[in-house]
Design a protein around this ligand. Structure first.
Ligand code: SF4
Ligand code: SF4
Length: 182
């Protein structure tokens, strides 16, 4: 029969020699490979004590952004949900009431905003679709969880800390990605 590839090898079925029966050449060959790797640079790291730097194009956990006064940018227009190929985003819009101008930048805001991380493929299309710089994919990843419900990220999980009242947490969450819209 004609082989499908040119990598076919004929199995050697001749009886083993005395030296082969002692397995010593095979053991020395294996040990030489092992010792050869001992002095090479380790490809692994001691995570979580050490972490690798992310690629500039890494897309991680989402952040819902605020402006420099701490108001939520999202206006619940739904464009991110429409752009999402995994249908991972759900939201409910609400109207801003008088006196809430310091909380929400636009007249409409997302009263509920959820991302199902089990569906998300971290494509970044939600970020690209957003006209308000309200959603970003950060340089962190969603932590492991034992419950499916733990992967449904609500607004409380996604919203970046307040840049004025929680300055330190805000800077940490911001990383190098989030642009502040003035
Ligand atoms: S990163 Fe992609 S899959 Fe995930 S929520 Fe955004 S658009 Fe949907
Ligand atoms: S995150 Fe952006 S695209 Fe999505 S609803 Fe809010 S403003 Fe619209």
């Amino acid at each position: 029969m004609q082989p499908l590839t040119n990598r076919v090898k004929q199995v050697d079925r001749r009886p083993m020699t005395l030296l082969e029966k002692a397995y010593l050449p095979a053991i020395f060959k294996g040990m030489s490979i092992t010792f050869g790797h001992i002095f090479k640079k380790k490809p692994t790291i001691n995570y979580p004590e050490k972490t690798r730097s992310f690629s500039p194009v890494f897309r991680g956990l989402h952040i819902l952004n605020r402006d420099e006064e701490g108001r939520e940018n999202c206006t619940a227009c739904g464009l991110c949900a429409v752009a999402c190929p995994a249908e991972a985003i759900t939201m409910e819009a609400a109207e801003r009431k008088p006196g809430e101008e310091n909380l929400y930048r636009e007249e409409k805001y997302a009263a509920r905003y959820e991302i199902n991380m089990l569906r998300c493929i971290f494509c970044g299309l939600c970020e690209e679709a957003c006209p308000k710089d309200a959603i970003y994919l950060s340089e962190t990843f969603a932590p492991a969880n034992y419950q499916r419900q733990g992967f449904i990220y609500g607004k409380d999980d996604l919203l970046i800390p307040h840049p004025v009242t929680e300055k330190e947490a805000y800077e940490k969450a911001k990383g190098g990605r989030v642009k502040i819209q003035k």
